[in-house]
Design a binder for this molecule. Structure first.
Ligand SMILES: NC(=O)c1ccc[n+]([C@@H]2O[C@H](COP(=O)([O-])OP(=O)(O)OC[C@H]3O[C@@H](n4cnc5c(N)ncnc54)[C@H](O)[C@@H]3O)[C@@H](O)[C@H]2O)c1
Length: 325
């Protein structure tokens, strides 16, 4: 089975929330670690401290800049690419309808071409539970279909999965497609909890929640998520699709109560009332993680409410100390 140790690794989107946690796990294991990120939603602060390592390099670059991308991959010769870079914001992609196509399939195609031309062996890809759309089977397993995405973000994720499987078939690039639940925790810069904390810091007396609060989602702690990616890489056959999630769901209402309890206990919670928080939101996600468990992967935070509580505590603590929340 392939090993992470001693490999040359390039991480796209490595200055982002999940990417920076991946960099932290890889820094002691890779022989060379390159972050390629345009800092559109990422923050250099999240990876600044790795700059002291000789084997670490940060390239401020865009995946749409084919010349710089090819040059970087040619120079660095990574054996593994971990691909996180994308637009993370479903609502933004609904307003700017070209964004997810550009930052998803076009950017991913550029990366796969650069990988093919420079003999990169393996690619890990960060897909999403969003590809399942309004799935009729819960918990939803990896082989559920037909997949009917309901947002441009999700359509973009599914298109990227297709590009990976096609490159795998045609050119032998080995791929690992990970479908994440909602990822939360250390270094989190966006998502429902961050929104709630920001709103409460602006107005301590009221929290407006998008939707009726009954939306229920699957979660995973970010450190568990990146460790599970690496464990699956080492344990499973390549060319696979794997759900990464805790088994269970937590409602938006429970998250709103947790956050207000810690930030502004007297705040009134006001719901906007719709079933979906915003157009393209999947209000009920519940992922089957038995394939992940079958690989022997065990999560530190195995229960959804435990994951969420830990994340809220981490975010509230960090929001008092850092400027990026
Ligand atoms: N956060 C979640 O809950 C979640 C769930 C499922 C899937 N994902 C996927 O995981 C990946 C990472 O998400 P995240 O939450 O860490 O988001 P993030 O916004 O924090 O990270 C994305 C990073 O990619 C960089 N980037 C964006 N476009 C780029 C481009 N064209 N060229 C170079 N760099 C670019 C950004 O600057 C940022 O650092 C994304 O692909 C996202 O769709 C995230």
């Amino acid at each position: 089975m392939p090993k992470i140790e001693g490999k040359r690794i390039l991480v796209t989107g490595g200055a982002g929330f999940i990417g920076s946690n991946m960099v932290e796990q890889l820094i002691g294991r890779a022989s060379r670690l390159v972050v390629y990120d345009n800092l559109s939603s990422g923050k250099f602060e999240l990876i600044r401290r790795f700059g002291t390592y000789k084997k670490f390099r940060f390239v401020k670059g865009d995946l749409l800049d084919v010349k710089l991308l090819n040059k970087t991959i040619k120079e660095e010769k990574p054996g593994i690419i971990v691909h996180f870079a994308a637009n993370p914001d479903i609502q933004l992609g609904t307003k700017n309808t070209g964004l997810d196509m550009e930052q998803g399939p076009i950017a991913t195609h550029n990366l796969l071409e650069a990988a093919r031309l420079n003999d990169v062996d393996r690619i890990m890809y960060s897909s999403s539970s969003a590809v399942y759309g309004r799935a009729e089977v819960k918990p939803t397993p990896e082989n559920y279909g037909p997949l009917k995405p309901i947002s441009l973000y999700a359509a973009s994720k599914l298109a990227c999965e297709g590009l990976l499987t096609a490159y795998g078939n045609l050119y032998g690039v080995k791929y690992y497609i990970y479908r994440f639940a909602n990822v939360v925790g250390n270094n989190q810069t966006h998502g429902v909890m961050v929104d709630f904390i920001r709103k409460l810091k602006r107005n301590m007396s009221e929290l407006e929640v998008l939707g009726n609060g009954k939306q229920r989602k699957a979660y995973i702690d970010v450190v568990d998520c990146v460790n599970a990616m690496l464990m699956a890489y080492e344990k499973a056959e390549p060319d696979m699709i794997l759900n990464l999630a805790t088994y269970g769901q937590t409602s938006v209402k429970d998250i709103a109560k947790l956050v207000t309890g810690r930030v502004a206990p007297d705040a009134k919670i006001k719901y906007t009332g719709s079933v979906e928080g915003w157009p393209g939101d999947v209000p009920d996600t519940y992922m089957d993680n038995s394939k992940m468990l079958g690989l022997g992967i065990r999560l530190k935070y195995a229960d959804s409410i435990e994951v969420v509580t830990h994340a809220v505590d981490t975010l509230v603590r960090d929001s008092n100390a850092t400027k990026y929340l």
